[in-house]
Design a protein around this ligand. Sequence first.
Ligand SMILES: [Zn+2]
Length: 357
Amino acid sequence: MFTIDAHLDLSMNALEWNRDLRKPLSETNRRENGMVDKPDRGKATVCIPELRKGEVGLVVATQIARYVSEGNPLPGWHSPEQAWAQTQGQLAWYKAMEDAGEMVQINDLESLEKHLHLWLFELPWSYKPIGYILSLEGADSIVNLSYLEKAYENGLRALGPAHYGPGRYANGTDATGGLGPNGKELLKEMERLNIILDATHLCDDSFWEALANYNGPVWASHNNCRALVNHNRQFSDDQLKALIERGAVIGGALDAWMMVPNWERGKSNPREMDCNLEKMIDHMDHICQLAGNANHIGIGSDLDGAFGREQCPYDLETIADFQKIPNLLTKRGYSPTDLKKIMHGNWLGFLKNAWEK
Ligand SMILES: [Zn+2]
């Protein structure tokens, strides 16, 4: 079934992990044999051939670069200009993938319709480019608001103002505090440009301020439920209800520590923790129970977000295993119509609404 993944860090993998995503996973993982610089070496689950195999024909793909002031222990650039340059390198990689016929940027209704037609009605799957909607995870690299317009011109259509820690425009996971004047100005400019607000990673203070200060379309590209795994990175039921009220779609994430409680990074393993795809369905189902329908969930896997098989469901070997999800949903009583909504329909409906305006 045609599938949308609303959160992948493809260009980060290409440039910081040095992965040629056109290659089969076996080759990439073999080439990382013996490397110890990152915990997910040799355990990649995402590449372009596997996206095709799994019918993941459309993804929301990130640019990501953090700014850190002195004393901030997180990894990051020492000036917003350096962070901007990093995101421009990432954009250059997406463009090169377009030139190579591997990917195609989707940035309006026309390109979306054309791409859907290609995936649903034309050509054998093996030759279709992966559509990508450009998003920015953390706004630190937006040097000043004039850069947001440049980013929009480059195709940027969704933005999460914060990532981990304190940000220049908003505060993210594990941080506290609201938006401040810069964050509010950013939201105003996003609204003018009709850039989707990605509520993912906003800390509680910034989350509530962002919803109050932004009138455009809101989604949460990759977020699970605090009620099931208690951490500030996850949304509380009140937050989920507020998102549902705004018409948001919330993408289920496949990072093990967000799926099962008590995960210890670098120690726990998916089988011992009983972390499988069913656990994602638990989070999705929780949101559906709050909403009273299946209109607000989708997939936002984050499967290449600095982790691999050591920290994802044990019954997922590659992203192509998304095709196991419809069966699991059916077992939970979801109808064929619901399956389509969850695998792609809800994201598509959201995009059509957002871009029609
Ligand atoms: Zn993230």
